[in-house]
Write a protein that binds this ligand. Structure first.
Ligand code: TXA
Ligand code: MG
Length: 341
């Protein structure tokens, strides 16, 4: 299948957006930009269309999809219960990188919610995403537009690299400004619970809600390990968002020791430092050094593009400096730990 890349412009009458909507109406999948990462969309109310998402990504059908809406009203129509918390958060933060888990209406196909009785709803902030959903008139189920387990895309070129030949069209709306996926907040429990940390931190959401939020267990910490590990039970593997190149998370202070071990097995190394490499007291001939921002927001924006760039096959391994252990960095820490092996 040929994958067309069409540049999107302003407004729902833009020809590229009309073309994407035409395909989606016909039960096809289309990749489109959001402010977090690119999504692979299909009509959320059409099971045959949703099935194509799972097929294109190679995604296990046990992992539910987020449904994207263009308004709070549209979200309300997809759930049997719209609690006060949802109203408060949607008013404050939609459109934006926050997914709310709510009780689903029966119209939502089982395939979208992986057979569960809830649905994840989000109103994205990207003007192209909003225009597209409006033009379609139906909500769009959309996971990140990458092959299952690979790095999430923040540009149309990333999508093409991962899904080119497997989907009919990519709507190009420029680089995503958020950089990591939305915060997923479950509102169907006694206490709101973060299922996936993201751009909005728990602190920030608690401030808006005025009540405590339960945090997720952190993704398993897999620090640098010089000897390649045998594969553990696949069910326990957290290889989401992983580059193909081995990826090691290292505390700045541990770098000299880890570098000595790692460089024996992986001579061609890339480095993603936060603190200036000079202060690490190293003169290793890294093949590529990409200094990362010391603030969470710009770090998130650059993360996936950096991983795509580092994962071109020219490195034996990537060493990434572990960012600070604060709530602000929780979403980034989560993605990095999942990328690490
Ligand atoms: O920023 C984002 O959220 C991007 C853009 C495209 O909107 N989407 C995205 O989708 O990251 P995906 O499929 O890669 O991740 C969706 C996450 C998964 O961890 C999934 O398990 C969780 O949301 N999720 C979706 N529906 C759920 C539900 N009903 N209950 C619990 N978790 C749910
Ligand atoms: Mg994903």
């Amino acid at each position: 299948m040929e994958t067309r890349v069409l540049k999107a412009g302003e407004g729902s009458e833009h020809p590229a957006i009309s073309e994407a909507a035409r395909l989606l109406r016909g039960g096809e999948v289309v990749a489109f930009p959001t402010e977090t990462v690119y999504g692979l969309g299909a009509n959320a109310l059409n099971p045959a269309a949703v099935k194509k998402i799972y097929e294109a990504k190679g995604r296990p059908s046990t992992n539910p999809l987020i449904v994207h809406v263009a308004s709070t009203d549209q979200a309300r129509q997809l759930t049997t219960h719209w609690p006060d918390e949802a109203e408060v958060l949607a008013r404050a933060l939609w459109p934006g990188p926050l997914t709310l888990i709510l009780k689903r209406r029966a119209e939502i196909p089982d395939l979208v919610s992986a057979g569960g009785d809830t649905v994840g709803l989000r109103m994205p902030r990207h003007p192209v995403a909003l225009a597209l959903i409006e033009k379609c008139g139906f909500p769009l189920a959309a996971p990140s537009a990458n092959l299952s387990n690979y790095i999430s895309p923040t540009t149309a070129a990333h999508v093409k690299k991962s899904l080119g030949g497997r989907i009919p069209m990519i709507l190009d709306g420029g680089p995503s400004e958020g950089g990591i996926e939305s915060t997923v907040l479950d509102l169907t429990r006694e206490q709101p619970k973060i299922l996936r940390p993201g751009i909005f931190s728990a602190n920030f959401l608690e401030g808006i809600l005025g009540k405590p939020i339960v945090l997720p267990a952190p993704a398993k910490d897999e620090m640098a390990e010089p000897v390649p590990q045998p594969l553990r039970s696949p069910g326990l593997l957290l290889t989401h968002y992983s580059p193909h190149t081995p990826f090691f998370l290292v505390k700045a202070g541990d770098l000299p020791v880890q570098l000595e071990k790692l460089s024996k097995n992986y001579p061609r190394l890339g480095l993603m430092p936060i603190t200036a490499p000079g202060t690490w007291g190293l003169d290793y001939p890294f093949v590529e050094v990409k200094p990362m921002p010391a603030k969470a927001e710009p770090y998130a924006r650059e993360l996936y593009a950096t991983l795509y760039q580092m994962d071109r096959g020219h490195l034996d391994a990537i060493i990434c400096e572990l960012p600070p252990d604060t709530l602000e960095w929780a979403g980034i820490q989560d993605r990095l730990r999942r990328a690490a092996r």
